[in-house]
Design a protein around this ligand. Structure first.
Ligand code: BGC
Length: 461
C-alpha cells in the first residue's frame, strides 16, 4: 500500500470540503454589506442566505444517478467547474437576481461535493485507514469555515463582499487541476464493467501486488452480482436498512442544532451578554478554532476507538452542553457567569460534534450502501441532510422569539437524547471492515447493528 499516494488523493478530494465549509460560512459576514448595497428587506436577506441551502438540496437530488453512471472522479471535476462558475457569478453580480442564482449554483456544487468526495475517498481507501481518510473531508469543512471567518474579518473594514465571496475560487481551481490527475475509483470502474482499468487503478493505489489486487477485484465483482440498483431497490429490503441508518444519521446531524452555532454564533453570544459585535465575532473565532482542533483530535480515533464509541461519547457531550445552554438561558442571570457558561457550553458542544456526528455521519453515508446503489443511496441521505439543515436554519430565530433560547436549546437537547438511542440500537461498528464485508453482511440478512461484523471469511484489507 502506498501511504503517500493515499494522502495526496484524500487531500485533493478534501479540497471539496474546504469549498463546502468556505462557501457556507462566508455569507455570514458578506451579507452585512450585501444587505446595504442591494437595500435588502429581511425576506430578501433570508433568500440570499438560504439560496445555498436550496441549491445544495438540488445538487444532491440531481447527482445521485449521475455519480453511479459517470463516476465519482468525473462528477468531482464537473463540480469544481460549477464551483468556479457560481463563485465568479456571485462575486461579479450587479443585480440581485444574478446574485441569488449564482448562490444557488454554488449551493448545487456544495450539495454534490458534500457526499461525492467522502464516497470517492471511501472507495479508494484501505479499510484500516478509511475512517481517518474520509474524516479529512470533515476537517476540511471546519478549516473552510474558519477560513471564511478570517477572510470576512480581513475584508470587513473595506466592506469588500465581492472579495469575500470571490476568494472561494482558489480551492475550486486546485480541486479541478488535482482531480484530473487522480485515478478513477476501482469500485466504480468495476460497476461499469471496466475490469482491466479497475485492476490498473487497484495496482496504482495498493502497489503492484498482483495477487492481492486480483483477490480484491474478485470481491468487488462478487458484490456486483446483486440486482441492479434503482429507486425501487433503494426502498426495498435489505437495502432500505442502509437508507434507514444513513438517512437517520443525516437527519440527526442537523436537528441536534450544529448550524445554529455555525450560522448564528454571534447572535447567541450577543444574547448571552457579549454586546458589542466585535466581542461576539471574536468569540465566534474561538469556536471556529476549537472546531478545527477537536476535529484533528478525532481523525486517528475513528479507526482506533471506532464509530459507535465516538458517536455515543460525542453525543453525550452534546446533550450535556445543550442541557446547560437551555438551563443558563432559563435562569437569565446577566453578567459574567452567563457569558462564561455560554462559551463553555458551546465549546463542549463543538467538541462533542467534532468527534461524533461531524466526521462519522459523512463517513457512514459513504460506506454503508451497496456498490450498485451507492451513489443514489448517498445522494438520498444527503438530501435528507440538506433539507434538515434548511429546516433548522429557517426556524431557529422564530423558535427563539416563540419559546425563548432556553426552549429552543431544550428541543435540540431532547433530539440529542433520541440520537443516542438511535445510535445505540441501530448504528453498526464499521471500523476495519471492508466495504465488501459490509455489503456481504447486508445481503446475508444481518440486522442493522451487526453490519460491520467480520464475515467468517473476511476479505483482504
Ligand atoms: C455538517 C454541516 C456543518 C458542518 C460544520 C458538517 O458535517 O454537515 O451542516 O455546517 O459540518 O463543520
Amino acid at each position: 500500500m502506498k501511504k503517500n499516494f493515499f494522502i495526496v488523493v484524500a487531500l485533493i478530494a478534501a479540497l471539496s470540503g474546504i469549498l463546502f465549509g468556505y462557501d457556507t460560512g462566508v455569507i455570514s459576514g458578506a451579507i452585512l454589506f450585501i444587505k446595504d448595497e442591494f437595500a435588502l428587506s429581511p425576506q430578501l436577506n433570508g433568500l440570499v442566505v438560504s439560496a445555498v441551502l436550496f441549491g445544495a438540496l438540488l445538487g444532491a437530488i440531481i447527482s445521485g444517478r449521475l455519480t453511479d453512471r459517470f463516476g465519482r472522479k468525473n462528477l468531482l471535476i464537473v463540480d469544481a467547474i460549477i464551483f468556479i462558475i457560481g463563485t465568479l457569478g456571485s462575486s461579479l453580480a450587479t443585480h440581485l437576481s444574478a446574485l441569488i442564482i449564482s448562490r444557488v449554483v454554488v449551493g448545487i456544487a456544495i450539495g454534490i461535493a458534500s457526499y461525492i468526495a467522502p464516497l470517492y475517498i471511501s472507495e479508494i481507501a484501505p479499510a484500516k485507514y478509511r475512517g481517518a481518510m474520509v474524516s479529512l473531508n470533515q476537517l476540511a469543512i471546519t478549516l473552510g469555515i474558519l477560513l471564511s471567518y478570517i477572510v470576512d474579518t480581513v475584508f470587513a473594514e473595506s466592506q469588500a463582499w465581492r472579495w469575500m465571496l470571490g476568494m472561494g475560487i482558489a480551492p475550486a481551481i486546485f480541486l479541478l487541476i488535482g482531480m484530473i490527475f487522480l485515478p478513477y475509483s476501482p469500485r466504480w470502474l468495476m460497476s461499469r464493467g471496466r475490469e482491466a482499468e479497475a485492476l490498473q487503478a487497484l495496482k496504482k493505489i495498493n502497489g503492484q501486488d498482483n495477487r492481492a489486487c486480483l483477490e480484491q477485484l474478485q470481491l468487488i465483482k462478487n458484490s456486483l452480482q446483486q440486482q441492479r440498483g434503482n429507486w425501487r431497490t433503494l426502498f426495498s429490503a435489505p437495502i432500505c436498512t442502509t437508507l434507514f441508518i444513513a438517512g437517520g444519521l443525516a437527519f440527526l446531524q442537523q436537528v441536534t442544532g450544529i448550524n445554529t452555532i455555525i450560522y448564528y454564533a454571534p447572535t447567541i453570544f450577543q444574547m448571552a451578554g457579549f454586546h458589542s459585535a466585535t466581542a461576539a465575532i471574536s468569540t465566534t473565532m474561538i469556536v471556529g478554532v476549537a472546531f478545527v482542533l477537536f476535529t484533528i483530535l478525532a481523525l486517528p480515533l475513528v479507526d482506533s476507538l471506532g464509530r459507535r464509541f465516538l458517536l455515543l461519547t460525542g453525543l453525550a457531550a452534546m446533550c450535556l452542553s445543550l442541557g446547560l445552554l437551555s438551563w443558563t438561558f432559563h435562569l437569565q442571570h446577566p453578567g459574567d457567569a452567563l457569558k462564561q457558561l455560554t462559551l463553555i457550553s458551546m465549546l463542549v458542544f463543538i467538541a462533542g460534534f467534532a468527534i461524533s456526528l461531524g466526521p462519522i455521519v459523512w463517513l457512514m453515508i459513504a460506506e454503508i450502501f451497496p456498490l450498485k446503489i451507492r451513489g443514489l443511496g448517498a445522494s438520498m441521505a444527503t438530501c435528507i441532510n440538506w433539507s434538515s439543515n434548511w429546516l433548522v436554519a429557517a426556524t431557529f430565530l422564530s423558535l427563539i422569539s416563540w419559546i425563548g433560547a432556553s426552549g429552543a436549546f431544550f428541543i435540540y437537547f431532547a433530539l440529542s437524547i433520541f440520537a443516542i438511542v438511535f445510535v445505540y440500537l441501530w448504528v453498526p461498528e464499521t471500523k476495519g471492515c471492508t466495504l465488501e464485508d459490509i455489503e456481504a453482511n447486508l445481503y446475508a440478512g444481518k440486522p442493522a447493528r451487526r453490519l460491520g461484523e467480520k464475515p467468517t471469511n473476511p476479505s483482504p484489507v
